[in-house]
Ligand binder design. Structure first.
Ligand SMILES: NC(=O)C1=CN([C@@H]2O[C@H](COP(=O)(O)OP(=O)(O)OC[C@H]3O[C@@H](n4cnc5c(N)ncnc54)[C@H](OP(=O)(O)O)[C@@H]3O)[C@@H](O)[C@H]2O)C=CC1
Ligand SMILES: O=C(O)CCC(=O)C(=O)O
Length: 429
C-alpha cells in the first residue's frame, strides 16, 4: 500500500479492512490502467491536509469531555475541498481520509468544480442532547475556522448530521467573520440559503443510477425487488423514490435490525412508523424481523447498502444473491468482496457514481447561493438528473472502451481528470 496519513489520536484499524488502504488500492488500479506517472500517483495517494482538533464540551450534567474532531482535505486540484461531516462512533482518521479521497474522485467524475474532503467526530449522536450536539458542532467549527470557507472547504451533512448541524456551522462561521456566509456549508435549511431537493438528493441520485442500469438491461423499476440497508437520509429517500416509481421494496433495516415483506413494504407508512419509534422498524405490521446480516443475502434484483462501510465482505459475499448492487453508502463492499462480485458478473454501481446525487445538489445549492438566485425543485432535480445520467453514460462508455468493470471505469474517469488538471496546473515536475 502506498500511503497512510499521520494518525496522532488513534490506533490503526486492522489492515485487511483499513478503508484508507482500500481507497489507495482502487487508486493504484486506476493509475495502472491510465499508466499514470509514479510521482502523480504519490501525490494523489496523500491527503493534502489532515486536521485533528480537540473539542472540549461541557455536558448537561456538568462533566467536561474532550472529543477529537477530524477534517481531511484530500485534494483541491479542481476547486474548493468538498465533503460531508460524519458523527458516528466508528469514525477514525483513516476512515475520514478514505472518504475524503473518494470525494475527490466523485466530484471529478460528476464534472463539478470541487476537490475532496471529509470530516468526522467519533460520537453516537443519540447519546447526546440537542444542546450538547450544538455545543460540539459550534466548537468543532470554531476550531476549523481557518480551514473552511466558501472558496476553501465546504462541509455538508453525512451520517449522523443533517441540515440542523449545517445551520449551526454556518452560524458559527458567520459570527466569526462578522457577516452571513451561507456558502461555507451546503445541505443547509432553506431558511438560510439551502436548496430545494438537497434532502432527498443522494437517494434520488441512487434511484436514477439504478433506473439507468436496469434500462440498459431492458428492464424498468416497476416491480423489481429491492433490498435496502439503512433507512436514514439516503436509504430512506431511495426507498421512498423507488417505491413511488413502482419498485417493490421487500426489506429495509436500521442499526437495530430490519423488516421483510415478500410482497413489498408500504414505505410511507414505514417511514412514519420509524419516526414514531426512534428508528426501530421491528413489529411493523405484516412483516417479519430480519437481521442486517440476513438482509444482505436476500434474493432480490437490487441491493442498496445505504449505511456503513465494509458490509459485504469475503465472509458473506458468496451468500449475496442480488443481481445489481448500488452503493448508496461509501465503501460498503470490501476490496476482496468486490473482486468476487466482479468475477461473478454482478453489476456493482460504485459509490462515487451511485451516491453522487448529494454532492451534485450541494454544488447546485452553492451555485444558487453565489448567484443569489434560487430555483424551484423541478429545476434542481432536472439539473441533477442531467449530471447523473451523463456521468453514468460516461462510465458505461469507459467500461466498454477499456473492458473493465464499472468501478474501475468510474475511477479512471475521476482519477484521470484530476491527474490531467494536476499536469495542466504544473504542480509536479
Ligand atoms: N447524507 C448524504 O448526503 C450522503 C451520504 N452518503 C453515504 O450514505 C451512507 C448513509 O448516510 P446517511 O443516510 O446520510 O446517514 P444517516 O445517519 O441519515 O442514516 C444512516 C442509516 O444507517 C443505519 N445504520 C447505522 N449503522 C448500521 C448498521 N450497523 N447496520 C445497518 N444499518 C445501520 C442507521 O440506523 P439508525 O437509524 O438506527 O441510526 C440509519 O438508518 C453513508 O455511507 C454516507 O457516507 C453518501 C453521499 C451523500
Ligand atoms: O454534499 C456534499 O458536499 C458531500 C456529500 C458527501 O459527503 C458524500 O458524497 O459522501
Amino acid at each position: 500500500m502506498i500511503a497512510t496519513p499521520t494518525m496522532p489520536l488513534e490506533a490503526a484499524t486492522p489492515a485487511h479492512i483499513c478503508p484508507f488502504d482500500q481507497a489507495c488500492s482502487y487508486l493504484e488500479a486506476a493509475a495502472k490502467e491510465l499508466r499514470l506517472d509514479q510521482g502523480v500517483l504519490e501525490i494523489l495517494s496523500h491527503p493534502r491536509k489532515v486536521v485533528t482538533v480537540s473539542i472540549p464540551v461541557k455536558l448537561d450534567n456538568g462533566e467536561i469531555r474532550v472529543l477529537a474532531g477530524h477534517r481531511v482535505q484530500h485534494s483541491d486540484i479542481l476547486g474548493p475541498y468538498k465533503g460531508g461531516i460524519r458523527y458516528h462512533p466508528a469514525v477514525t482518521l483513516r476512515e475520514v481520509s478514505a472518504l475524503a479521497m473518494l470525494m475527490t474522485w466523485k466530484c471529478a467524475l460528476l464534472g463539478i468544480p470541487y476537490g475532496g474532503a471529509k470530516g468526522g467526530i467519533a460520537i453516537a449522536p443519540e447519546n447526546y442532547s440537542v444542546g450538547e450536539l450544538e455545543r460540539i458542532t459550534r466548537r468543532y467549527t470554531s476550531e476549523l475556522i481557518k480551514d473552511i470557507g466558501p472558496s476553501v472547504d465546504i462541509p455538508a451533512p453525512d451520517m449522523g448530521t443533517s441540515a440542523r448541524e449545517m445551520a449551526w456551522m454556518m452560524d458559527t462561521y458567520s459570527v466569526n467573520m462578522g457577516h452571513a456566509v451561507p456558502g461555507v456549508v451546503t445541505g443547509k435549511p432553506l431558511s438560510v440559503g439551502g436548496s430545494l431537493g438537497r434532502e432527498k438528493a443522494t437517494g434520488r441520485g441512487t434511484m436514477i443510477i439504478v433506473r439507468e442500469a436496469l434500462a440498459d438491461q431492458g428492464r424498468t423499476l416497476a416491480g423489481i425487488r429491492v433490498v435496502i440497508q439503512g433507512f436514514g437520509n439516503v436509504g430512506g429517500a431511495a426507498a421512498e423514490l423507488l417505491y413511488e416509481a413502482g419498485a417493490k421494496i421487500i426489506a429495509v433495516s436500521t442499526a437495530t435490525g430490519g423488516v421483510y415483506a415478500a410482497d413489498g413494504l408500504d414505505i410511507p407508512a414505514l417511514k412514519a412508523y420509524a419516526a414514531e419509534n426512534h428508528h426501530n422498524l421491528l413489529n411493523f405490521p405484516h412483516t417479519r424481523a430480519i437481521s442486517n446480516a440476513e438482509l444482505l443475502t436476500l434474493p432480490c434484483d437490487v441491493l442498496i447498502p445505504a449505511a456503513l462501510e465494509n458490509q459485504i465482505t469475503a465472509e458473506n459475499v458468496d451468500q449475496v444473491q442480488a443481481q445489481i448492487i448500488a452503493e448508496a453508502a461509501n465503501g460498503p463492499i470490501t476490496l476482496e468482496a468486490n473482486r468476487v462480485l466482479e468475477a461473478r458478473g454482478v453489476t456493482v454501481l460504485p459509490d462515487i457514481l451511485a451516491n453522487a446525487g448529494g454532492v451534485v445538489v450541494s454544488y447546485l445549492e452553492w451555485v444558487q447561493g453565489l448567484s443569489y438566485l434560487f430555483w424551484d425543485e423541478e429545476r434542481v432535480n432536472r439539473e441533477m438528473e442531467h449530471l447523473m445520467v451523463q456521468a453514468y453514460r460516461q462510465v458505461i462508455q469507459q467500461s466498454q472502451m477499456r473492458q473493465v468493470p464499472l468501478r474501475l471505469a468510474a475511477y479512471t474517469l475521476g482519477v484521470g481528470r484530476v491527474a490531467q488538471a494536476l499536469s495542466d496546473r504544473g504542480l509536479y515536475p
